[in-house]
Design a protein around this ligand. Structure first.
Ligand code: HEM
Length: 220
């Protein structure tokens, strides 16, 4: 009997690239979310942090290079693996696999696309500052820029919905990393799934707290 496509060496290689690039991105969102929480400490704290980052071009550009490479590798292997899985499903009985799949595992390609759309919007919003800021200039005042951005309920709502999808994507993605690395055996499966889900919610709720606090007038 021939091995299923997900067990072929080429697929395993892609899964490892997907897992490692995903881990880099998951680490980045934790760092970015922690830095963003300085919004709660006030303008001085977040503006000082942003100024420090921009005053270290070596750190900034090496982080950007790693992020761009990881994002391209993650999307590329994600598309290839999704196509391979679809082709394998079309060629054999899929009922059992589909039944076992969770909501987040089935929606991985879709949540991935929404996160990509979110990321493009987000970069235009806060890095290039070309959308949803009403043409205002903020200079080094990242605090005022974030408050102005999230004072628009539609923009804040879009961020909040995207963060919930990011949570689903991260939860399933991290479980898959454990699986790819061979750690998710019967004994550890349940505990590792709890860790992955908790990580997804930690990141999502940390990010969501900022647009929510602006909408509720706690950050102004
Ligand atoms: C409430 C949620 C978020 C807030 C308030 C926020 C805030 C910001 C701000 C202010 C910047 C510009 C920093 C600067 O130029 O000084 C930025 C850049 C960025 N953000 Fe976010 N962010 C959020 C969520 C996210 C998420 C979920 C992701 C990833 C999925 C993300 C990825 C990025 C990236 C890649 C950059 C570009 C960094 C660079 O300039 O190299 N952000 N964010």
């Amino acid at each position: 009997m021939s091995a299923c496509s997900c067990c072929q060496p080429a697929s395993i290689g892609k899964k490892i690239v997907m897992a490692l690039s995903g881990l880099v991105l998951a680490g980045f969102v934790l760092g970015h979310m922690s830095g963003n929480l300085l919004m709660f400490k006030g303008a001085g704290a977040i503006n000082g942090y942003a100024a420090w980052l921009h005053a270290n071009p070596g750190l900034l550009w090496s982080t950007r290079a790693v992020l761009i490479l990881s994002t391209v590798a993650h999307i590329w292997t994600g598309v290839l693996l999704t196509l391979e899985n679809r082709a394998a499903r079309a060629g054999g009985p899929a009922v059992e696999a589909t039944r076992r799949a969770t909501l987040s595992s089935r929606t991985m390609p879709y949540s991935g696309v929404v996160i990509l759309v979110f990321l493009v919007f987000h970069l235009l919003h806060y890095t290039f500052r070309t959308v949803a800021l009403g043409g205002q200039e903020f200079g080094e005042n990242v605090y005022a820029m974030v408050v102005a951005g999230f004072s628009q309920p539609a923009v804040a709502g879009f961020y909040i919905i995207s963060m919930i999808l990011l949570c689903l994507h991260l939860s399933h993605g991290i479980s898959s990393v454990f699986q790819t690395l061979g750690l998710r055996n019967e004994r550890w499966r349940c505990r590792l799934d709890i860790v992955a889900t908790a990580y997804g919610w930690l990141i999502a709720l940390g990010f969501i707290s900022i647009p929510l606090a602006v909408l509720l007038g706690c950050i102004k």
